[in-house]
Design a protein around this ligand. Structure first.
Ligand code: HEC
Length: 144
């Protein structure tokens, strides 16, 4: 029994050891709690940015998406195409990426009376490319 007393007696000795590391343990435990939160915030920000940064798309591929989507049935570019949807020349100087995505995916979310065809099933890549293409259509400088 004296042996067990010696063991318990040694506890205060060893419990003085955890004290200095204990200080370090508190911040690291906090850090463990904080890190996932920080990562989540970064992920949300990254996701938000990737949706609004138009440079993600490739305008040359976007021209092919424009063709494949038959946008020209209703829209004119350089005098070619249908008249119902209006001229898209210079639309890149007039509209931003957010607006373009909205009107292409769901025109009625822009105007409930919209007569434009909706393209809800375009892939993310096709949408990025198409938007990059439209944004590249800057207003021509005044002809002299
Ligand atoms: C069925 C005809 C039709 C088709 C097909 C069509 N649009 Fe439209 N679009 C319209 C009409 C009509 C408008 C005018 C606003 C409205 O009614 O929503 C419009 C408006 C737009 C606008 C807004 C122009 C502005 O500055 O206000 C953009 C951009 C646009 N269309 C792009 C496209 C693209 C890109 C495609 C092909 C993926 C396409 N449209 C296919 C009919 C069409």
């Amino acid at each position: 029994m004296t042996g067990s007393h010696e063991v318990t007696g040694s506890i205060p000795v060893s419990s003085t050891k955890p004290n200095p590391p204990f200080r370090g343990n508190v911040p690291s435990a906090e850090a463990r709690m904080r890190r996932p939160g920080r990562i989540a915030v970064v992920m949300v920000l990254t996701a938000a940015l990737s949706k609004t940064v138009p440079a993600a798309g490739d305008a040359t591929s976007g021209a092919a998406v424009y063709k494949a989507g038959r946008c020209s049935m209703c829209h004119q570019l350089g005098g070619v195409g249908g008249k119902m949807g209006g001229v898209l020349d210079g639309v890149g100087s007039k509209r931003d990426a957010e607006f373009l995505r909205k009107i292409i995916k769901d025109p009625k979310s822009v105007d409930p009376k919209s007569r434009m065809k909706a393209y809800p099933s375009l892939s993310d890549k096709d949408m990025d490319d198409l938007v990059a293409y439209l944004l590249s259509l800057k207003a021509a400088p005044e002809k002299k």
